[in-house]
Design a protein around this ligand. Structure first.
Ligand code: NAD
Length: 468
């Protein structure tokens, strides 16, 4: 998108207006509390509209999942920010080198100006309001770009932000890939992108031209490692819950399972039971979310069929006929074993309910598998042996770790959230989110009692001696 096109011009004009508001006065504590209260109203006063918008975006989006995985965590994040804001905003004392006593030093967090936030379609409320909470708490204005695949949520957010926050604080932009590309070219003071690793690369390149710092919340394959001899039935229930929330369309969903060969049969039997218990029906079950569109459904079917054609054992955990499932754009949990390493399901982020299972003989083989692949956004480990857990954490590097469950580390607002390597860079949520959208201003205050002679010319023998 060239600068000078009508889309680019209108986005630049919006940014310039927000920059003018930001330059006029830094928002104080009361203003930020008012903004955060506005965010709370956007969620609490409009729950039914959110549920309807997400249902329209997905074709079928479980209302419980919308409450559980979008509205509830968004509200939790806003409440924490409101409770902690005073503490986050206060200047923090730092030590001063004894050479400069009795001077003082402190760090003052300051707003950066206007933040850009790019949002994917899979959790459009949580992944818009989460970063927005951090940006507003830190005293910034913000522009958000919503995904073209979740237009109903995007329209609702635009309307509610205008009503509760006003156009001098937040602007929400909707539109296709041309709008997205133009948005990524804007000279924001900080840009937080959530989406695929492929697009994240393009976003970072565009941001580099403006020297805009980026936080990249990307994707990848999240391994789930079951140590030998643990309770596989318990692990299976967590795997099913974590994999089938939003039908697997979750950045931190367990992508594949690594387990000891001796536990394989018991685990597969437990997954069958757990999946049937959680979702007795799929096609007409309002609690089982649909795949976002035909294109993604066909991608998943192609990857499944490719694995089967190349010798993998494929088992769909469902008795319903394909026609009614496909008409509803739904896919059952499908176990895939012995797929070749270069099959798409083994290489690419799955982002759907296909679950490769890899059996190992020695735990170190499983660790070597994780180490050979890009650093994941989340690592799941089922184990109760402290020293083995320490060994696994020592041998791997992931965006976050959740032990003996799935997904729940993401909704702990006091923990930072963010990937590493291919799964992203930087953090948000809680205090780290506030810091991400702040300039940490170092301030040195000289004391009236300071003796300055030592560090100023003409340099005497004492300082020369000290520096030797
Ligand atoms: P995507 O990368 O296709 O799109 C994400 C957003 O980027 C959309 O709003 C899109 O319009 C926009 N976009 C597209 N091209 C752009 C460009 N050239 N410049 C700027 N913006 C552009 O991702 P998606 O399909 O919406 O979401 C799925 C991916 O997101 C998965 O890989 C998933 O793992 C990842 N994800 C990561 C997290 C996380 O927190 N790390 C959370 C959710 C999803």
């Amino acid at each position: 998108m060239k600068a000078g096109s009508p889309i680019a011009d209108s986005l630049r004009a919006s940014l310039a207006e927000l920059q003018q508001h930001a330059a006029r006065a830094r928002p104080d504590y009361a203003t930020r509390q008012r903004w955060l209260a506005g965010l709370q109203c956007i969620v609490t006063e409009h729950q039914a509209e959110w549920i309807a918008a997400l249902n329209a975006d997905f074709g079928c989006r479980s209302a419980v999942e919308t409450r559980l995985a979008e509205l509830f965590p968004a509200l939790e994040g806003i409440s924490l920010a409101r409770r902690k804001l005073k503490d986050w905003m206060r200047p923090r004392r730092r030590g001063v080198s004894p050479w400069f006593w009795p001077a003082r030093a402190e760090v003052q967090p300051q707003p950066l100006g206007v933040a850009g936030i790019i949002v994917p379609w899979n959790y459009p409320v949580f992944l818009a309001l989460g970063p927005l909470t951090s940006a507003l708490a830190a005293g910034n204005r913000a522009m958000l770009k919503m995904s073209e695949l979740s237009p109903h949520s995007g329209e609702l957010l635009a309307r509610l932000c205008e009503r509760y926050l006003g156009r001098d604080v937040v602007r929400v932009v909707n539109g296709g890939l041309d709008v997205a590309a133009a948005f990524g070219n804007l000279p924001f003071d900080h840009l937080l992108f959530t989406g695929s690793t492929r697009v994240g690369r393009m976003v970072m390149q565009a941001a580099a031209a403006n020297l805009t710092p980026v936080t990249l919340e990307l994707g990848g394959k999240c391994p789930l490692l079951i140590a030998p001899g643990v309770d596989v039935a318990r692990a299976a229930r967590s795997v099913v819950a974590g994999k089938l929330l939003n039908a697997g369309q979750t950045c931190v969903a367990p992508d594949y399972v690594l387990l000891h060969a001796a536990d394989r049969d018991a685990f597969v039997a437990a997954v069958r039971r757990a999946a049937r218990h959680a979702y007795p029906r799929l096609a007409d079950n309002p609690d089982y979310t649909a795949i976002i569109n035909r294109q993604h459904l066909e991608r998943l079917l192609a990857w499944r069929d490719d694995a089967r054609l190349r010798g993998a054992r494929v088992e769909a955990l469902c008795d319903e006929d394909d026609t009614s499932l496909l008409a509803a754009c739904k896919l059952p949990l499908t176990l895939i074993e012995q797929a070749p390493a270069d099959a798409a399901v083994m290489r690419e982020e799955i982002f759907g309910p296909l679950l490769p299972i890899i059996s190992y003989q020695q735990l170190d083989e499983a660790l070597a598998h994780i180490q050979r692949h890009p650093r994941p956004l989340a690592l799941y480990l089922f184990d109760n042996d402290r020293s083995r857990i320490a060994h696994v954490l020592d041998a791997t590097l992931a965006g976050g770790v959740c032990i003996n469950d799935t997904l729940l580390h993401v909704v702990q607002d006091q923990l930072p959230f963010g990937g590493v390597g291919g799964s992203g860079m930087g953090h948000y949520h809680g205090y780290e989110g506030f810091v991400t959208f702040s300039k940490l201003l170092p301030v040195f205050r000289q004391s009236r009692l300071a003796g300055t002679a030592l560090t100023r010319p003409p340099y005497g023998k004492v300082v020369q001696g000290l520096l030797r």
